[in-house]
Design a protein around this ligand. Sequence first.
Ligand SMILES: Cc1cc2nc3c(=O)[nH]c(=O)nc-3n(C[C@H](O)[C@H](O)[C@H](O)COP(=O)(O)OP(=O)(O)OC[C@H]3O[C@@H](n4cnc5c(N)ncnc54)[C@H](O)[C@@H]3O)c2cc1C
Length: 389
Amino acid sequence: MEQVNTYDYIIAGAGCAGLSLLYHILQEPNICAKKILVIDQNLSKSNDRTWCFWENKIGPFESLVCKKWDTISIHHNKLNKELATGAYEYKMIQGIDFYNHVMNEAKQFSNITWKECRITEIDQIASIGIVHWEGGYANAPFVFSSILPIDTLYKLSQGNLEIPFLWQHFKGRLVEFETEVFKPNIARLMDFNVSQHDYTGFMYLLPLSDKKALVEYTLFSPKLLEEQEYDNEIDSYLSREYNGKQYTISHTEMGAIPMTQYLIDKSIAPVYVIGTLGNAVKASTGYAFHFIQEQTHQIANQLATGNVINTEVHTTRHSFYDGILLYILQHKKMEGKEIFARIFEKNNASTIFKFLSNTSALLEDIKIMRSLPTRIFLPAALKVLFRRA
Ligand SMILES: Cc1cc2nc3c(=O)[nH]c(=O)nc-3n(C[C@H](O)[C@H](O)[C@H](O)COP(=O)(O)OP(=O)(O)OC[C@H]3O[C@@H](n4cnc5c(N)ncnc54)[C@H](O)[C@@H]3O)c2cc1C
C-alpha cells in the first residue's frame, strides 16, 4: 500500500468542474496555499469538448474565448429568425485551452499534488472524506467529486423514473469549405429542419469564419444513436444547405449530457458533488459551463470565508420551469421544435439568456412561459408541482 496522505482539499475528477474549482480556490488569498490533491484518471488532456455560453461581462476566462457572436438564429420551417444578443455575447472556449490554462497556472503552486489514477470509491469516516484508488487512498475534511457513474445513469434513464430523464446527445464536426458559405457573426443555435427522431432534434452551427464552422447534430431524447447516424444527418444537412459543396473535417466531438432533475448524488459533508454529478447542468437545455463556474466560485468563496458549503446553483423558481419544460418534452405534450421556436419568436435574446441563466425576474419568466399555450403549460405545471410536493 502507498503511504496515506492527508490534505486540506481533495478534488476528485479534473474536468471542467474540478479544474474550475481549483482555479477559483487559487484566486482566494485565504485558501490558495492549502494542501490540495487533484486526481484524474487521465491528466493528459485533449481537446475533447468545446464550451459555449453567454455572458454580459468580461468573464474570468475571457482570454481563452476563441470566438464570440453578437447574433443568434433559430430556424423552423419558414421561420428564420435572427436575434441580436443585446447586452450578451455568445462565447466559445476550446476545452484544451481551458485545461492548459488552469493546469499551467496551478503548476506554479507547490501546495498542489497531481495524481493520475482511477478512483474506485469515495467514502467517509466521521467528518473525514476518503478517496480510494487501486493500491492507495488519501483523506481530507473536504472532498469535491465530479466523477459521474455514467453506466448507472444510462441504466436509470432507460428505467421508469417518475422524474423526466432525457439525454442531450450529439456529434459535431469542425468543417471547412473552400468558398465563403457562412455568416461569421451569426451563431445558428437551433435549426429544427432536420430529422427529429421522434423527439427534439436540431442542427447547431457555429461559424468560426466565413468558411469554417462547428456543426453539431443534437437530439434531446431517451436513447443515443449509432455514431454513423449523427454523421449521416450532418452530411445531408451540409449538402442541402450548401449545394453539395465539398468540405474537409479537421476535428470531431461527441457527447451525451443528462437532462434531468433526478438527484444523481447529494452533497453531504465532507463529500461534495460538483459539475454534472452535482446537478450543475440546466436540466431543460443541457448548458452547464456557466453554472459550473457559478457553483465552483460559490464553493471557493464559502471555503475562504468558512461558511457552510452549498453546491446548489439553480433557484427553486427556475428549477420549476426546467421541470415543466422537461416534462413537456419527455411526455411529448408539444413538440420541442414548436416550444423553442415559439419562445425565440416571441422574446428577445437578452430575455431568453436571462431566463436560461436563472437570472430573469418573475415578469420576464411569465412572458417567456406565456409563449407556450396554456392548455399545454398548465397541466404540465400542475404535474410538476404535484410531483415536487
Ligand atoms: C462534447 C461536449 C460538449 C459540451 N458543450 C457544452 C457547451 O457548449 N456549453 C455548456 O454549457 N456545456 C457543455 N457541455 C456540458 C458540460 O459543460 C460538460 O460536460 C462539462 O465538461 C461537465 O463538467 P464535469 O466536470 O462535470 O465533467 P467532466 O468535464 O467530464 O470531468 C469529469 C472528470 O472526471 C474524470 N473521471 C471520471 N471517472 C473517473 C475515475 N473513476 N477516476 C478518476 N477520474 C475520473 C474524467 O477523466 C474527467 O476529467 C458539453 C459536454 C460535452 C461532453
